[in-house]
Design a protein around this ligand. Structure first.
Ligand code: ATP
Ligand code: MG
Length: 659
């Protein structure tokens, strides 16, 4: 795709961020300002202008889903061959394994849950021991994210003004490390440490990795920990080709050891860096931007204005329910109303603060037959069809040890495709993961390597793209967006969470709510329940203190945000956008839905994931700009000559039939 076309659909600030020659470069902006879009376009633009070979690009994203989306979007922008994109843990694991294989050494097994080793160290039994172990695990994770070893723990905790969960925490941490080593295991944090250490101490390995990766990109940089930054620096060596994007208002992993000052003080950490800002929100209606902003403004202090440039939408709602079951039942009913001919289930999401809250929604949605997905690896790897496929791979690897993993994967793909008329989405996902794994660990793929990769890559991600309502914690919703979002359980004790008792902890909880609210594009529904059951105990509940600022923002919006006089700058920006993109029309929405139906049918018939045909962004661009000729079509993001030749007629036909 030619370089100029890649600058279409960007505003001036975004275009500057895409084309800036600065290195390092940091791009700071609020939720929905197009950071991730700019990151993708920048990679594509640099590839198109020859400033970087896509094979030399390493993109670190927060989740595997984000990495997958990035790869798909780049493929749509005709960036070939594929860049390497993944979560930092999966990338570190792949590099370490490759090195072990080279040295003909076996890679240690991955310890998935620290609690497994910690339970015996708690001195307690049953559920008590599990709770205590997970608290200890959290503390060890914090220490390891900060690069603190057992012998430095006590001093570090004192310096950080932290309350350790136990007086002998340093000793417990030491025993955990020794036990892990004795059993020949490594944990997720070790992957980061070891990979950085090898790069720092083995010049040959470092040179090979640095040759392979020349340009580094990191999304969600506000949540990077010192251990992760050390690895990024080790990948970079003495070079400067690093581009990061992030938003300090969305820093939500301080409890886990992340340090947003790496983003906010970027120029101090990387002295030759340029820092750019983006000021508009393209995701959400002005009503939703106002509601989310109100929560942050309520903390006091000056904030730069956030300009919501989308067309006006319905006012967000706040609803009080009798109980959590009541909340779940009513949310299920509203989900059914929200699902229309133009709205897929996966355009809808239910968000909550803690994992435990998903249970009520799972049963309420099941009761009325709404398909849903709870993010998390466990459920995927436990699926019977996934287990069966992995068993087949194991058998095949045993029977034909000479064949490479790549060959076994092709067999699996073929067998799976032939097995049933409609191949399982889970089977598809597994094959796709296999290819991702081979991208990350080329040449040296093995079944063991793939199994380890699955564990690391699926840590908190669901790999399937089926049409289902997403049930997500606030944390896991980061970076995602949905047409309609239900933000539930807005009660004291949950939002903010009861154990957040210091001012920085409460500030992090506030940002977490901001992340949740800012996921919504068109419709936002907030709710809380007057009673909630924890174990055997039912408790009276009171509303979250942050429903106050939300309520005030909504009352201020008694008529309609768009009807209120907006500041001149906001008005001008909104007018420009509306002029550029056109108001979304009813016909546009219907065309978009029709394009999606067409794509779904084609995806099923040809056995490829839908996004491979065209991503949503392309279909949206088609619906908005209504191309009349093949040439018009080629001007849209995500349409290259091959796709235009293959699907052009069908798409243009659909456009003509929706006038
Ligand atoms: P978050 O902080 O939540 O991760 P973000 O800054 O990464 O948000 P994106 O996800 O990149 O934001 O963009 C938000 C939405 O706005 C996306 O749907 C994106 O495609 C769209 N968008 C971004 N820039 C523009 C633009 N210039 N014109 C139209 N749509 C845009
Ligand atoms: Mg983003």
């Amino acid at each position: 795709m030619d370089a100029d076309a890649l600058l279409g659909g960007l505003d001036d600030q975004q275009r500057r961020a895409v084309t800036s020659e600065a290195a390092p470069l940091a791009i700071l902006a609020g939720a929905g300002a197009g950071k991730t879009r700019v990151l993708t376009r920048r990679i594509a633009w640099r590839a198109a202008t020859g400033s970087v070979d896509p094979r030399r690009v390493l993109a670190v994203t927060f989740t595997r889903k984000a990495a997958g989306e990035l790869r798909a979007r780049l493929a749509q922008l005709d960036v070939q061959p594929a860049v390497t994109a993944g979560t930092i843990h999966a990338l570190a694991l792949a590099q370490l394994r490759a090195r072990y294989t080279e040295q003909r050494r076996d890679f240690p097994a991955l310890l998935e849950r620290k609690a497994r080793l910690l339970v015996p160290l708690t001195g307690r039994r049953g559920a008590d021991a599990r709770v205590a172990a997970s608290e200890l695990a959290g503390e060890i994770e914090w220490a390891k994210a900060r690069g603190i070893r057992p012998d430095g723990y006590t001093a570090a905790v004192r310096a950080a003004g932290r309350n350790p969960p136990r007086d002998d925490m340093a000793a417990v941490y030491g025993r955990y490390e020794r036990e892990k080593q004795r059993r020949g295991l490594v944990d997720f944090d070790d992957l980061l440490w070891s990979c950085a250490e090898v790069l720092e101490t083995d010049p040959e390995f470092a040179a090979a990795q640095r040759w392979r990766f020349r340009a580094l990109f990191v999304d969600e940089f506000q949540d990077i920990s010192p251990a992760q930054l050390r690895l990024v620096r080790a990948w970079l060596g003495d070079r400067t080709d690093l581009c990061v994007v992030g938003d300090a208002d969305q820093a939500i992993y301080g409890f886990g050891g992340a340090d947003p000052s790496f983003l906010t003080d970027f120029a101090r950490h990387f002295p030759t860096a340029e820092v750019l800002h983006l000021g508009r929100n393209y995701r959400s209606t002005p009503q939703i931007v106002d509601t989310a902003e109100a929560v942050l403004r309520d903390a006091g202090g000056a904030r730069p204005p956030r300009v919501g440039v989308r067309a006006s939408g319905p006012r967000p709602t706040v609803t009080e329910y009798d109980s959590e079951e009541d909340e779940a039942r009513r949310v299920a009913a509203r989900l059914q109303e929200a699902r229309t001919a133009e709205r897929r289930w996966s355009d809808l999401a239910v968000l909550y603060r803690t994992n435990a809250q998903s249970a009520a929604f799972e049963s309420a949605l099941s009761a009325v037959g709404i398909p849903f997905r709870v993010r998390g690896a466990g459920s995927f790897l436990d699926r019977p069809e996934v287990r069966a496929a992995l068993d087949r791979l194991r058998d095949a690897a045993r029977d034909a040890p000479g064949r490479s993993f790549a060959e076994h994967l092709v067999d699996l793909d073929v067998v799976d495709a032939a097995a049933g008329g409609e191949r399982s989405e889970h089977g598809d996902a597994l094959v796709r993961l296999g290819r991702e794994y081979l991208d990350a660990e080329p040449g040296s793929g093995s079944l063991d390597g793939f199994l380890a990769f699955l564990t690391a890559a699926l840590r908190d991600d669901a790999p399937i793209d089926e049409d289902a309502v997403e049930l997500l914690t606030f944390h896991r919703a980061k970076g995602l967006e949905f047409h309609t979002v239900f933000v539930t359980g807005l009660e004291r004790g949950l939002v903010p969470i009861s154990y957040a008792d210091t001012p920085p902890e409460r500030a992090e909880e506030r940002r977490l709510l901001y992340v949740a609210l800012s996921r919504a594009e068109q419709a936002l529904h907030c709710s809380w329940a007057r009673s909630r059951t924890f174990g055997l105990r039912t408790a009276r509940r009171s509303p979250s203190p942050w429903l106050e600022p939300i309520g005030s923002a909504l009352r201020g919006d008694a008529t309609d945000v768009a009807a209120r006089p907006a500041p001149a700058g906001v008005r001008a920006a909104r007018a420009r956008l509306v002029a550029a993109a056109g108001e979304p029309t009813v016909a546009g929405a219907a065309l978009f839905a029709a394009l999606r139906d067409w794509r779904r049918g084609l995806a099923r018939a040809s056995g490829v994931p839908a996004y491979v045909i065209f991503p949503d962004s392309t279909l949206r661009a088609v619906a908005e700009s209504r191309p009349a000729t093949a040439e018009d079509l080629l001007a849209l993001p995500g349409v290259g000559p091959v796709k235009a030749a293959r699907h052009g007629d069908a798409v243009l036909q659909l456009v003509r039939s929706h006038t």
